[in-house]
Design a protein around this ligand. Structure first.
Ligand code: ZN
Length: 287
């Protein structure tokens, strides 16, 4: 059974740890994340981007696969299936497909339009017990074509969006999606503090959690961040382990080309990465 993110995030906020959101791309990702979180007794949010949903042939497929896998693996920790950076139509499609949580990313829209669409989606989702993440201001990243400093949210806009009844709020505090550039100056704790002061105690979300130094992640968690998104880190550890397997010529030995063998080193590497992040965020034993 899938659960909304609400209860796990309130517990995390009050207990000063972070719930990991690990993004999934396929069956191996899902299986590795679920098994790692079960072993660590950590609650988990499975993030699905619009692109990953399309890649997996649609949100209905994702929802059916995740529900069945939670059941067949005998997973006992709370599992939330969450749309990551959803469009308005994508959010509606995920509600329809059986997701237990959605993010509507209206950060690129004028604030009034972001407020209007977020409000509408909150009312649809609330009725079904589905949690909602909203975003204020763009979080920087390589898709912007400019790297270096991540963008920061306006605390007053954060207050407006937080008041709409959303479950959690993503606000840029200098964080970036993808690999962090050499010249990245670090998280803006002054902005986090200002956002915190204006938004009451709504659980905050730290996007672009791959590659932020652990001490900065832990400090952000201590200041109100209750969910940390991890995507790139799993992709990198999967790719590294797979490359080593191929470069060692192991796919040419026996039936090493069998996908169940070929994908195993990457799968195992993802489990280790998940466990490492869970320890950093302090969510182990919190399920
Ligand atoms: Zn993000």
């Amino acid at each position: 059974m899938l659960v909304s993110a609400e209860e796990m995030l309130i517990k995390a906020r009050d207990g000063h740890y972070g719930v990991p959101q690990f993004n999934i791309n396929n069956l191996e990702w899902t299986k590795a994340i679920l098994n790692a979180c079960e072993e660590m007794k950590s609650p988990v949010i499975l993030g699905v981007s619009m692109g990953a949903g399309k890649y997996m042939t649609g949100f209905k497929t994702v929802s059916a696969m995740v529900k069945a896998m939670v059941d067949s693996l005998g997973i006992t920790v709370p599992v939330c299936l969450h749309l990551d950076h959803g469009t308005y139509d994508g959010a509606k499609a995920c509600i329809e497909a059986g997701f237990s949580s959605i993010m509507f990313d209206g950060s690129s829209l004028p604030i009034d339009e972001n407020i209007a669409k977020t409000t509408e989606l909150v009312s649809i989702a609330k009725e079904k017990g589905i949690s909602v993440e909203a975003e204020v201001g763009a979080i920087g990243g390589e898709e912007d074509g400019v790297v270096g400093m991540g963008e920061c949210a306006d605390p007053d806009q954060c207050a407006k969006i937080a008041s709409l009844g959303v479950t959690m709020l993503a606000a840029g505090i200098g964080n970036i999606h993808g690999v962090y550039p050499e010249n990245w100056p670090g998280l803006r704790f002054d902005v986090l503090e200002a956002v915190r002061a204006k938004t009451g105690n709504i659980p905050l979300v730290l996007h672009g959690g791959s590659g932020i130094p652990d001490d900065q992640v832990r400090k952000a968690i201590s200041m109100g961040v209750a969910k940390v998104n991890v995507n790139t880190e799993l992709q990198l550890s999967f790719a590294k382990a797979t490359r080593e397997y191929i470069e060692a010529g192991k796919d040419k030995i026996g039936k090493g080309y069998d996908p169940r063998k070929l994908l195993l080193p990457g799968y195992n590497a993802m489990i280790e990465t998940c466990k490492d992040r869970i320890r950093c965020f302090g969510s182990d034993g919190k399920a």
